[in-house]
Structure formats: structure tokens, C-alpha cells
Design a binder for this molecule. Sequence first.
Ligand code: ZN
Length: 176
Amino acid sequence: MADAGDAAVDRLIGLMARLPRLGPRSARRAVLTLIRRRESLLDPLAQALADVAATVRECAHCGNIATTELCTICTDPARATGEICVVETVADLWAMERGGAFRGRYHVLGGVLSALDGITPTSLRIPELVARVAEEGTREVILALNATVDGQTTAHYIAGELAPLGASLTSLAKGV
Ligand code: ZN
């Protein structure tokens, strides 16, 4: 599977090929482009990767990606604190943000309940969600989980956990 015949370049191609949607062919093309455009692409990309690798973490509050203890959404004073939108993954959070309609804050579960895969409430960030709603006196919780069996089982479970706290619950089942 040697590509360029150079160990360092081959290693880069092998790593790039593991990215979503990039197979070995696209990885080779991407690496060649990077090498040809050293100043405008390769060097800045290497620096950006190093910066993210050194600082990226999970927001301690909502589970979003952050480079400081709390993410930019949790620290944005313009975001409504009384509304929490519950999503499965950071990708779902980003998709909601691109929609631009929601101006509250988020809670990223990190997946959905799945008996088959052994995913239980404590392997997700469900206890943290319940604690947040109780502590913050959240008025409205929007469950934006996927319209899969597991997504809806998770929405149902969360609704049960939050029921005693008196927050209003909206379920926004998203198409699969
Ligand atoms: Zn956050």
C-alpha cells in the first residue's frame, strides 16, 4: 500500500484516508495539493491541527466542542439560559446552529440509548441534563433527537426523568 514511497508522506496519506469521505485516492490527491500549496495550505493546516490538538476538549457544561473550559455558546450572554435543546451529537448541534432558529443553549448527549449496544442513561450525559434543568430552573427543554427507534426511546426516557422538574417539553423528532 505504499503511496508516495516516502515514509512521512505515506504516513500522512494513510491518516488522511481514515477521514470520513476520503479514501486512499482522495487522500493522495489532498496530500499532493497540500504539498504543492505549502505556504497557503500545508503550513497553516499543520499549525491549525497543532492548535486544535493542544486545546480541544468537551465543554464542561453542555458537551459541545470547546477550546476553553466552556464553549462559545455557553459563554454567550446573548443566548437564552431558560431554554435547552437536547441533541445526540455535536454534528447535530452544528446543524441546528446552521439553521439559526434556536437562540437558547444546548445539551449534547453523546449518543442515544441502545439496549443492543449497551448504551445506558449513565453512559450518555442524561444525569448531567437532569442536574442542569434542576439547577438552572430551565423553562423549556426541546428534545431534538432523531426519529429512530433508539432516538425516540431516549426522548421518552428523558421526558420521564424531567417530568418532576416542571420544565415544558417539546419533542422535535428529526427525519432520518
Ligand atoms: Zn457549552
